[in-house]
Design a protein around this ligand. Structure first.
Ligand code: SAH
Ligand code: SF4
Length: 448
């Protein structure tokens, strides 16, 4: 979601005549797009700001803007920081070029965030975001041949640990016509894979007269667009609503990738209740069974939080059991991080010691690592189709014979990362790779 916002802001600034540099010291304007989901992400922003404060000593004309969730969460407190000139929330990014120009002109600090984000209707703001998204959302060129399309903003779920509803505001679903138009334009520019984005993307719904359009309908409409070959969507919430229609369109359309990111967060029913997640571990596993019955080769990824307040060894064991039964392709595992103003932070004490959180994190990663390894091994000797992203960031040169060609990375429809050697011109194209070697998170092979 944040990468997508960065791409939108970049396009908007580009259109207004700004040029870009990766060299901080050369910049007149520095923008930091921020995340508030965990404290660690916010701490990193403060350390960047400390560094920028230092650089600004010799560059009085440089301006620093903090945009995104941290801007919305901290508002004027962030503006008080010596290094910060502009604070711009996620809903104010449509004004970013004007805001930056104003600060450059008059040198005054500026705050642009939403007041009473959960209480009042923000229709004008939503319209501005919609226009911004449709205009600049067709230029997301971060990975060749791929693009993100947001289908919904905000969230109404209020999981007790989560800051998102307070910084991204209430759930707003975009009109299906705007989404489809955006995907069509992306296809015209050569985009082959579109990932639909939403905090609870599977519960997307848009009412127009008698009809309600759900995510399965959007996926079906997008499947009809020439040029689009793969459609993915993240992140899904484990609810019954619309679940089966989505599985059916996945099973029926070769374009809808057999991949589901379905965070469980914990395997303990007691902790699920405390997290205000509206399902039990049994309900969750029931959804996975249904998914696998309808789409036999579906790859499933998960998210977990360890060390939530009150998590006993028994609760943690329930999570380990769930992970073993779920057989995820991969999992993102986080240590609980109390977020100010969330109900967990207000009502519950962060009472699991840091070393216990760490141990549980490592233990769960090891359990998942073994499962990921076993699932990856099933690809040995098989040929997979990948959409090539570009040069591999990590050098794995000892693992594959190089033959003078650089190491590339791509992903399968089911989100497996594949590393192989080939010409860089393949970036943005599909390729077939025969898998020669595997590790838990990566498949290595040769171009066929
Ligand atoms: N909307 C998505 C996830 C949004 S945040 C969903 O509901 O699944 C991404 C992930 O960050 C979450 O799935 C959760 O595992 C993790 N997360 C969110 N808040 C957290 C917190 N306070 N501490 C630790 N991890 C957190
Ligand atoms: Fe946060 Fe829950 Fe909404 Fe996901 S569904 S963004 S975890 S409140």
């Amino acid at each position: 979601m944040n990468k997508h916002d960065t791409a939108l802001v970049r396009s908007a600034l580009d259109k207004s005549g700004f040029t870009f540099t990766e060299q901080v010291e050369q910049a007149d304007v520095v923008l930091i797009n921020t995340c508030s989901v965990r404290q660690h992400a916010e701490q990193r922003v403060f350390s960047h700001l400390g560094h920028l404060k230092h650089i600004k000593k010799g560059r009085a004309d440089m301006i620093v803007a903090v945009i995104g969730c941290m801007a919305q969460r901290l508002g004027d407190k962030l503006l008080e920081h010596e290094a910060v000139d502009l604070v711009c929330g996620p809903a104010q990014i449509p004004q970013i070029a004007d805001l930056v120009a104003k600060v450059l002109q008059d040198g005054q600090k500026k705050l642009a965030v939403t007041e009473n984000i959960r209480q009042t209707a923000h229709e004008e703001q939503d319209q501005a975001l919609e226009k911004f998204e449709s205009t600049y959302g067709i230029e997301d060129k971060q990975i060749p041949g791929q693009a993100f399309v947001r289908v919904m903003r905000g969230c109404n779920n209020f999981c007790s640990y989560c800051v998102v509803p307070y910084v991204r505001g209430p759930e707003v679903c975009r009109p299906p016509a705007a989404i489809i138009e955006q995907i069509r334009k992306l296809a015209d520019t050569g985009v082959k894979q579109v990932t639909l984005l939403g905090q609870t993307v599977n519960s997307y719904k848009y009412k127009s007269g008698e009809r309600t359009c759900c995510l399965a309908d959007v996926l079906a409409m997008a499947s009809d667009i020439d040029g689009i070959e793969w459609l993915k969507f993240v992140t899904s919430y484990p609810s019954q609503e619309f679940f089966d229609p989505i599985l059916q369109v996945m099973a029926g359309s070769p374009k809808v990738c057999d991949y589901l990111h379905l965070p469980a967060q914990t395997g303990s029913d007691k902790i699920l209740r405390a997290m205000n997640r509206n399902y039990t571990a049994g309900d969750y596993l029931g959804l996975l069974d249904r998914a696998r019955a309808t789409v036999p080769d579906i790859a499933i990824a998960g998210d977990f939080i360890v060390g939530f307040p009150g998590e006993t060894e028994e609760d943690f064991q329930a999570t380990v059991d769930l992970v073993k039964r779920a057989r995820y392709k991969n999992c993102f595992i986080f240590k609980y991080s109390p977020r100010p103003d969330t109900s967990a932070d207000k009502r519950l004490q962060d009472n699991i010691p840091a070393d216990v959180k760490k141990r549980r994190n490592i233990e769960l990663l090891a359990v998942q690592g073994k499962i990921s390894g076993e699932l990856s091994e099933r690809f040995l000797g098989k040929q997979v189709r990948v959409l090539v992203e570009g040069l591999s960031k990590k050098p794995h040169l000892d693992l594959v014979e190089s033959k003078g060609e650089p190491q590339l990375v791509g992903r399968t429809a089911t989100d497996y990362i594949v590393v192989f050697n080939g010409p860089q011109s393949l970036a943005g194209q599909f390729a077939k790779v025969k898998i020669a070697r595997t590790s838990p998170l990566t498949l290595f092979g040769e171009l066929t």
